[in-house]
Design a protein around this ligand. Structure first.
Ligand SMILES: Nc1ncnc2c1ncn2[C@@H]1O[C@H](COP(=O)(O)OP(=O)(O)OP(=O)(O)O)[C@@H](O)[C@H]1O
Length: 209
């Protein structure tokens, strides 16, 4: 569950303040955030992930207000409860896929069933690649690894930044299907921010910034 209230952010005192509509998602609800380039979509996502400190307002995840936590506790909390699908892939190049997932679990300090990483790679069609290094993957496989890294620790909120904008129609549909499946399976909220209007039909909740 995630809520935002009266959120605003300013990159510097000379720049305009970005203001965001309130978001209130109950368990398993998904949201699509649309908006043109430069409007503040990534900023909103980073505020929800606790990566940026709001100028005003609050972000509450699973009943905990992020700004009430110390930096250390907030990092730990968001590491455990939030999964991020970034535009760029942040997998560790020197590790294979399985080791990348194990490293993600280690750093988030989340205990999951031993077979979770194997099961996830299977669901995402990456079993044959699990002992391969990241730089041996195709673009489509890399995109699926990005999803695996975002969900392996079974977060309550999955935040995806433009997950489909560089993909053709077939891969766009595949990636969205996998993200929605993972969110449903883990009873998590999925929030996708994008300017890619192809995925509008997949969401009931849509806001435009
Ligand atoms: N580090 C920064 N310092 C100063 N201004 C920034 C910084 N990052 C973003 N901005 C500005 O804040 C505004 C919102 O940026 P943001 O990246 O959130 O937009 P966006 O909607 O995600 O854009 P896009 O769709 O092009 O990725 C833009 O005007 C941008 O130029």
């Amino acid at each position: 569950m995630i809520q935002t209230q009266n959120l605003s952010f300013q990159y510097s005192p000379t720049l305009e303040t970005l203001r965001f509509p309130d978001i209130n998602l109950g368990r398993k609800e998904n949201l699509l955030v649309l908006g043109k380039s430069g409007i503040g979509k990534t900023t909103l996502l980073h505020l929800m992930a606790g990566l940026l400190k709001p100028k005003s307002g609050a972000v509450t995840v699973e009943g905990i207000e992020l700004q009430e936590l110390s930096v250390r506790k907030r990092d730990r909390f968001t590491g455990q409860h939030i999964g991020m699908v970034f535009q760029k892939n942040y997998a560790i190049r020197s590790l294979n896929l399985l080791e990348n997932l194990e490293a993600r679990l280690y750093f988030s300090e989340v205990k999951v069933k031993k077979e979770q990483s194997h099961n996830l790679l299977e669901q995402l069609g990456l079993t044959a690649q699990k002992f391969k290094k990241v730089n041996q993957l195709s673009e489509g496989q890399l995109q699926r690894l990005t999803i695996a890294l975002a969900v392996v620790h079974q977060p309550k909120v999955i935040l995806a930044d433009e997950p489909t904008s560089s993909l053709d129609d077939v891969n766009c549909e595949l990636v969205m299907r996998l993200l929605l499946e993972q969110a449903a399976q883990q009873k998590a909220n999925l929030i996708v921010i994008t300017h890619d209007t192809r995925i509008k039909p997949l969401f009931q909740n849509i806001i435009t910034l």
